[in-house]
Every structure is written in structure tokens, then in C-alpha cells.
Design a binder for this molecule. Structure first.
Ligand code: ZN
Length: 204
């Protein structure tokens, strides 16, 4: 794996709310720097809008993913649980530009299952931060492995990065795929093949 996981904190733990005023000042500076008039009608409220936008897009930095663990149920079910095609958006920490895609999250329970909507909420919680896709994938997998204690976890993310589709090499349509496999899905080739097949079943 490229990135070491952060099993305890799962990312930054900021103090206090987003400093909206500071973002507004910074956006005003950007407008001046590119040669714009921040006072013209169309731009007047832009700093405030951008500040609120960042607070929304990065809300996961101020959420504790453990709050989604309240709906853990004890079940004997011991086959793969998969939620696939979970839409997500995140912000690339290198360019502050969005990367957008789908997450497929699977686990093999060992006595405990998680309410299905919570898998989607966990993806959101980790995605709404400054991220790189590799770390985001690892964080979701490590969090489930640690807190649900399943036999295995498989997380696959497919995403398009606007920092490479509209700038830089400009390759629209290029999709980055990352996977984090834990437990039996890492150890056992047959289990891995099964979960990856389920993730891509019925697709052309
Ligand atoms: Zn980037």
C-alpha cells in the first residue's frame, strides 16, 4: 500500500469551526491577483459563497466517523455484504480541485453487520476532506476493519480528477481506480476474486 493508514485519528482533527472570514479574505486576494474587480456586481458575494462552499465540501474534517457505528447489528450472516456505486466527491489536496466518482465497499461479516446506509455515510465522512484517492480508499477500509472487525474488507474507488481532466495533461475520461483489501480479501485469492467479481457483475 502506498500510504500508511492512520488507525487512531483517521485524519486531521481541527479545532473549532471553519474560519469563513479568513477564506473570504483569501478569495478576495485571488480575485485581485488575477486582475478582477472584487466589487463588481457578479463578484461581490463570491468570497462568501466560496467560503460556505469549502465549509460544506470539507465538513468531514469535523465529523467523527464513529458516530455511524450506532447501527451495528449482530447477525449470523457470513457472506459478502457489498454496497456498490456509491457516488462520492472529494477534494484533491494537491490542487484543491474536486475528484468525483463511485465507491464500492464490501466486507465479509464475522458476527456483526452495519446498517447499509452507514456505509455510504462513512464514504462521505472520509471523502469530505482534503484527500488523495489512495488515502481515502485506505481510510475507509481500515476504519471498517478496526471497528466492525469483519473477516475482510474490500474498498474500490473509481474517480475522475478534475486536476487532470481540465488542467495539466487534460485527459477527460481518464478514471483512476484504487483498491484497499484487508483480511481474507488480501490473503485469499478466491475470496478476492469473488468480491471483485461482485463489484463488477452485470457490467459490460
Ligand atoms: Zn490534484
Amino acid at each position: 500500500m502506498v500510504n500508511p493508514s492512520e488507525p487512531e485519528s483517521f485524519g486531521a482533527e481541527p479545532n473549532g469551526p471553519v474560519d469563513l472570514k479568513r477564506i473570504e479574505q483569501a478569495v478576495g486576494e485571488i480575485l485581485l491577483a488575477v486582475g478582477e474587480d472584487p466589487q463588481r456586481e457578479g463578484l461581490k458575494a463570491t468570497p462568501q459563497r466560496v467560503a460556505r462552499m469549502y465549509a460544506e465540501l470539507l465538513a468531514g474534517m469535523r465529523q467523527d466517523p464513529r458516530e455511524h457505528l450506532h447501527s451495528i447489528f449482530h447477525e449470523k450472516y457470513d457472506e459478502i455484504v457489498l454496497l456498490r456505486d456509491i457516488p462520492f466527491y472529494s477534494i484533491c489536496e494537491h490542487h484543491l480541485m474536486p475528484f468525483i466518482g463511485k465507491a464500492h465497499v464490501a466486507y465479509l461479516p464475522d458476527g456483526q453487520v452495519l446498517g447499509v446506509s452507514k456505509l455510504a455515510r462513512l464514504v462521505d465522512c472520509f471523502a469530505r476532506r482534503l484527500q488523495v484517492q489512495e488515502r481515502l480508499t485506505d481510510q475507509i477500509a481500515d476504519f471498517l476493519m478496526k471497528n466492525l472487525q469483519p473477516t475482510g474488507v474490500a474498498v474500490v474507488l473509481e474517480a475522475s480528477h478534475s486536476c487532470m481532466t481540465i488542467r495539466g495533461v487534460k485527459k477527460p475520461g481518464a478514471v483512476m481506480v484504487t483498491s484497499s483489501l484487508r483480511g481474507i480479501f488480501k490473503r485469499d485469492p478466491r475470496s478476492r476474486a469473488e468480491v471483485l467479481t461482485l463489484m463488477h457483475a452485470d457490467r459490460g
